[in-house]
Design a protein around this ligand. Sequence first.
Ligand code: LLP
Length: 416
Amino acid sequence: MDFFQYQNEQLHAEQVAVADIASEFGTPCYVYSRATIERHWQAFDKAAGQQPHLICYAVKANSNLGVLSVMAKLGSGFDIVSGGELLRVIAAGGDPKKVVFSGVGKTEQEIQLALQHNIYCFNVESPAELQRINKVAAQMDVKAPISIRVNPDVDAKTHPYISTGLKANKFGIEREQAIAIYQQAAAMSHLQVKGIDCHIGSQLTDLAPFVDALDRLLALIDELKENGIEVSHLDVGGGLGVPYQNETPPHPNEYAAALAERLKGREELTLVFEPGRAIMANAGILVTQVEFLKSGAEKNFAIVDAAMNDLIRPALYSAWMNIIQVNAALERNKAIYDVVGPICETGDFLGKERELAIAAGDLLAVRSAGAYGFVMASNYNTRARPPEIMVDGEQVYLVRERETLQELWKLERKLP
Ligand code: LLP
């Protein structure tokens, strides 16, 4: 459930008309709803129930300081994948002691930064990374808390670009090698083995792969114990899907209940979640204006002022994202359009073959754009990235200004 609804046929973000936001800040623009973020975060928190748990919001999904500050005020933890994300979390008021650090290529500088800030845990993805963390921790004379990211080899049945738990993926350590690698870690002077971790993919709409992965991890925890290695937390990663079209992903309640069922008798184990999309996707929209309508030989095009540089998911993953009218009361003829941007690429589309009743000048909203939207935006075609706006009830906050064109080449130099 989200708080983007029609009131008198006008799309609203909470109590604010989206058209008013567009006229104040221009288009394209991203609009987020604070109440939706909080609702989704709390759904995870409640669903985890009595099991000790830590929700580490996956910062990569949307790393705007305004968004992170809302999460920080809820007491959230954070899943980061770079030193930059750690500094963002801190700048937004987040607690670094609730940070888990994922990713296959952590640099020495990033490891040092994370140790300086006493993060909760490193999710380690290779033996070479273990050595590197041990070395940096030794130089700093501290013990680094680590988990091993185990690749459970389950098929998440999602888009191949966002499936991460198969043997063929670059992520994690093979299950068969896990015991040996835990033993190596336990023997290293400046590491403290704390947990076990996995993440099998994103936009999962079925519970079975989550449960399969959990079963494999629990079996491994038991095997580790037999080998004298005890872990105090189990990080199940992120990946819970959202409805973009007619998918029916499990509610966080169902998801957590399925996990809790398997965790009976292990009440001492802290459960760590790393949700990104499930919290943010439906907490944001991208608002765009129709520039022209154009009838081609075979197709009609609605050329809008947002493009693949603003929102790349349709172009990159053929992702289907709902496109709706901001003013549903306008009398227009219906037609089937490809909704395309001004960028010089055939792949520059936001949606294909959509039935819309629109005219030039009308506003459209791309739904479910709060996750992997702005964060994946670029300046391709020397286009300034759009502003981001957070609505909270009747309040409207500009949480990132529109870039200026001069900023785009500020770091560049002409030759003499
Ligand atoms: N934890 C780890 C280690 C991850 O790699 C990811 C996402 C998450 C948590 C959060 O997953 P979520 O709950 O958001 O599914 N750009 C793609 C999605 C890439 C996801 C990468 N990893 C998209 O737009 O669909």
